[in-house]
Design a protein around this ligand. Sequence first.
Ligand code: PBG
Ligand code: ZN
Length: 349
Amino acid sequence: MKGRSMGFPTHRLRRLRQNEAIRGLVRESRLAPSNFILPLFVVPGNKIKREIASLPGNYHLSIDCLVEEVIAARDLGISAILLFGVPETRDEQASNAYAPRGIVQEAVRALKSTVPDLLVITDVCPCEYTLNGHCGIIRNGYLDNDASLELISRITLSHAEAGCDMVAPASMLDGQIQAMRHVLDTHGFHRLPIMAYSVKFASKLYDPFFKEGTQSTVAFGDKRTHQMDFSNSDEAMREIALDIDEGADIIMVKPALFYLDVVYRAKQEFKMPLAVYDVSGEYSMIDAAARLGRLDRDAIMMEALTCMKRAGADIIITYFAKRAAELLHGGERSAHVQRELPRQELVAK
Ligand code: PBG
Ligand code: ZN
């Protein structure tokens, strides 16, 4: 064999790239609408469908409009949503987060009675409901871990009692999965899965979500005493290992795009069902660049989402879910578009 080159010209990798049919045969990662979870924001009131300025194409929805929105999403093949509530009032104890007639609890009941086959996942974190925008109880200026666990447990139970299909703890408190699993199991909800925000980095990519999505403000300090330092990856693996040990059914890395090395490691090391959260800032960056005519919105969106899958994500939580599902319905040819941006669009609007 020596001397007979096993490289070029025997091997020409371009043979399998000649056209879309061949590329389709050998494609290694594929997106499907069933991989997507659509985040939705529910607000009190009636007939409200207000576009969120920082997340164009996403809305604040009153329960009636929320039902319409999930039916439209389901018709595109999206069968899971992640629900966030924007409450009318906030207080120190985040009492609206666990109120039996709170906005999320009411929305869950309405969704399960009108669209029973939809998977309703609820975000469990006090920060949309606290006056100070923090993810739990603050004592002497510091997020009190164990006092906050009690609050998380109450919220969890209220979501389960309302009938949600899965809970997604977002606070990055130590022991939160154990606390939630315990409260669920002792109240007959042993079948309710937990999708843990296991690795949530303290990222500025959440700003569009926080400022205009849930309209909360962090009154003092920041979230770096509980969310992870974005410099770290070994620590991310420890977070995941502990969550699995405490009973997480699905693990998550958040944000997605800047953190695909962590996504890859998480899949390789744990072989667990893995979700990524393609967060508001990631959506905003692509949307803004497309508005400036610098990037092709659809093409960049499909590239970004496919790369999350390639890195190891099974599940993608994304504000692009509906548009991506629409393109996927046109078949892979339409999902793998590569077209020239028209000249005139390359001008800032
Ligand atoms: C917490 C929560 C946040 C996001 C999801 N759940 C905000 C935060 O922790 O600051 C961010 C999601 C996004 O940016 O799209 N309830
Ligand atoms: Zn929070």
